[in-house]
Design a binder for this molecule. Sequence first.
Ligand code: WT7
Length: 569
Amino acid sequence: MVHGIGDERDGARPGVDGLPGGGLNIAHEAADRHVARGRGDRVALRCPGRDGTVRTVSYAELSGLSGRFAGLLHRLGVERGERVFTLLGRVPDLYTAALGTLKAGCVLSPLFSAFGPEPVRTRLAAGDGRVLVTTRALYRRKVACLRGSLPGLRHVLLVDGAADGDEGPGTVALHPALAAADPDTPCAPTGPEDMALLHFTSGTTGRPKGAVHVHGAVVGHLATARHALGLGADDVFWCTADPGWVTGTSYGIVAPLAAGATVLVDDGEFDAERWYAILRDHRVAVWYTAPTAIRMLMKAGAAVARRYDRPALRVIASVGEPLNAEAVTWAQDTLGLPVRDTWWQTETGAIMIACAVDAPVRPGSMGRPEPGIEAAIVTRTPGGGVRVADGPGTVGEIALRAGWPSMFRGYLGDEERYRRCFADGWYLSGDLGVRDADGCFRFVGRADDVIKAAGHLIGPFEVESVLMEHEAVAEAGVIGVPDPIAGETVKAFVTLKAGHTPSEALARALIGHARARLGPAVAPRALEFRDALPHTRSGKIMRRLLKARELGLPEGDLSTLEGNGDGRR
Ligand code: WT7
């Protein structure tokens, strides 16, 4: 099942090693095997501090720390297959917790630290989180108030905790507990099909879906890090994605460590000067970022870029949202390298289509399928099957031949929804695309209503539900509106209950409520009141129509629209 292994510039054996006694575990591939190969002194993590100091963690240290974490989970009685959530920024303890969880045979579920209490609660409940690893401040702000509603959450490990119980019952100070644990706690004898990661993602309707990934996914992480991103064991690698999103785990943690590279761990916000200084001072060779970040650098101007050199930078790649051609050529002209596009999803686990390092860059095109991946443009047939487009130039849904190593193995507790993602042996991505005559894929748009704000996938339903908690709100419809930097931002349309009247102050109050509940990254930026929202005859809000009207676009097929067309019920 090993596919698409790239060049072996590091002299390592192709692909993954597997556990010494048989089986496969991501933590072994990411840490222990480098020690076993005599590479334990190499730097795994390079963590610049705010004060200019740099902390490094070697592969041997990471192996020991993750062993201690696994030992701690055993001591707490956490069992194999149980879920350990993290609510952390990019800090060294994240790596300890992530690999330690996998080593213990538990399942890692990372949360976005900018989430408010509501998305945190929904995911901890849906995933039946047994353990949460976080900071005291995040715990106080987002979780302490939820403890009563989460009886399954037994232990909260605080990376900056001073003593057990200092933030209430069931809180554990992580560092003293690690110090008392055994660094040589052995790796659980997991197999390639055992569940390893649980990533929540959003759809058009319903609650967030928990995409299940297995230990075997590491084969795909490693192969694509080498082939698409050109990553070697001697490189410093920087992934700017937050660990709460799949990129921050697959390529922020697993892929570069499996490749034996040095991971640059930076927890700061975007700041053009600081980012250029990181690329220079830490000799970053491979940089994986997002189109929004490139557009923010463009906004900061070429003059800043020219003040810093990038002595080791070989590859710039991006993911998560459409990469506009201007960003590619700006980077080529200003940074001396193009941005290489990569396309994948939470469900695919690893890069599927890429403008790989050995391919020419065509601005506006995402590139070709990675080795071992079969991709096609398909249309769904009325009988529930798919028809594969025979020639280039047809717009349709991007589909992947099912069965690659990092493919999700289910949506937790929702067999039916998982089944609906597949037809005739293809996984249907929900993205629209087109294939060029040269075999490259172009992104056309989403087939559903989800929003991409600064590369973050936001489910409109989650935002609408929180707005509707407010006593003044009767109904809410949420869409993405274009933004020159972030790609899209969240906008809400709201109808009010009798007795409430639209006002600037109420709009501000509703946005404030959403920010407190959802966190600023998910809450609407803009909000407008309406007398009525357009519905289908079956009663669903027609977000597509709200969006078309907002953007002045053709309204499309209105045959399912209820009532007289303006949405009055
Ligand atoms: C959705 C998946 C996989 C890591 C990022 C987020 C959009 C992803 C591209 C790209 C245009 C892209 C798609 C996809 N997307 N890469 N190169 N060009 N759009 O994973 O949160 O599951 O989002 O991001 O719409 O379906 P995710």
